[in-house]
Ligand binder design. Structure first.
Ligand SMILES: [Cu+2]
Length: 80
């Protein structure tokens, strides 16, 4: 799980296996919306405080908050 708090993703980098699902939980007091950085391959809905977003991760990706683009995170997918 990735917690969003104080305008940061915690942990900033998360390692997973292919097919794992990751949940982002917004514990901040403002909405956030995350998206894959380069091509917007995936995007969450607007996540209000207390809401979460679940995604099955297929490949390594960098992501950011669409609403606050200085917020950046990374998911590393490794097999084996
Ligand atoms: Cu944000």
């Amino acid at each position: 799980m990735v917690v969003i708090e104080k305008f940061k993703f915690v942990p900033a980098t998360l390692s997973l296996r292919p097919g794992d699902r990751v949940r982002w939980e917004n514990r901040d007091i403002v909405p956030h919306q995350i998206a894959e950085s380069s091509l917007r391959k995936w995007k969450s809905p607007d996540m209000k405080p207390g809401e979460s977003f679940l995604l099955e991760v297929k490949e390594t990706a960098s992501y950011l908050c669409v609403l606050h683009p200085t917020m950046e995170g990374r998911i590393e997918v490794t097999s084996g």
